[in-house]
Design a protein around this ligand. Structure first.
Ligand code: TYD
Length: 209
């Protein structure tokens, strides 16, 4: 879809909590700016006033939330961000870098919560207006490394524990196996700078920068 309407590219960064994706997403935007390309950074859930309201509900709700309500709210937030921010940017020829996107729902609500990945995939298609990332970086770390890096204050989903995070990681690994050219696995246990360099090498190769 992206290609048919413009030259703006869409890159997403994925991984379990504590993998360092936010830092790397910022590096990608900086690298693109150095290459003379305008790029906007967004985060999920959130990235627009309505999506940020949904984020508060998702991450800090006091009441117990049903797994399906959680999945649909993640995708509702994504639909808002896609329609109001991502697609207009891409149509204008700008690049967008997203700190999480549709694959997070497959990994967390599919792998983590045990909802049907196939159903989530269909609802994601509706919520993303069928937009697919041109390239996704999955920054992979073990659960032990994630625990050693995570801040003390955890949100509702970060509090789920090791087995949940392990299921999320396994689902991410499956996504890499089924689509290794788009869903690129990066070893996130290297130094921050080596991760940055490896990601940048892929970006240069893929987009011929
Ligand atoms: P995260 O980007 O890790 O937030 P932080 O700024 O706190 O690092 O995302 C918040 C949480 O939301 C994270 O635990 C993953 C979860 N999440 C899902 O469960 N499903 C989704 O579709 C998305 C986008 C995020």
């Amino acid at each position: 879809m992206t290609e048919s309407i413009s030259s703006g590219k869409f890159i997403t960064v994925e991984g379990i909590d504590g993998c360092g994706k936010t830092t790397q997403a910022e590096f990608i935007v900086d690298g693109l700016a150095d290459a003379g390309l305008s790029a906007k950074l967004v985060r999920e859930p959130g990235g627009d006033p309505i999506s940020e309201s949904i984020r508060k509900l998702l991450l800090h709700a006091e009441e117990s939330m049903s797994d399906r309500a959680e999945a649909l709210l993640m995708i509702a937030s994504r639909a808002q961000l896609t329609d109001k921010v991502i697609l207009p940017q891409i149509i204008n020829g700008s690049w967008v870098v997203a700190d999480r996107y549709a694959d997070s729902t497959l990994a967390y609500q599919g792998g983590g919560r045990g909802l049907s990945v196939q159903s989530l995939d269909s609802i994601n298609q509706f919520g993303t207006y069928t937009l697919k990332p041109d390239l996704t970086f999955f920054i992979d770390i073990s659960i032990d490394v994630a625990n050693s890096r995570m801040r003390v204050e955890r949100d509702r989903i970060e509090k789920e524990g090791n087995e949940f995070q392990q299921r999320v990681r396994e689902q991410y690994l499956k996504l890499h196996e089924s689509d290794p050219n788009r869903f690129i696995l990066i070893n996130g246990e290297q130094s921050v700078d080596n991760v940055r360099k490896e990601i940048w090498t892929h970006i240069k190769e893929n987009f011929e920068l």
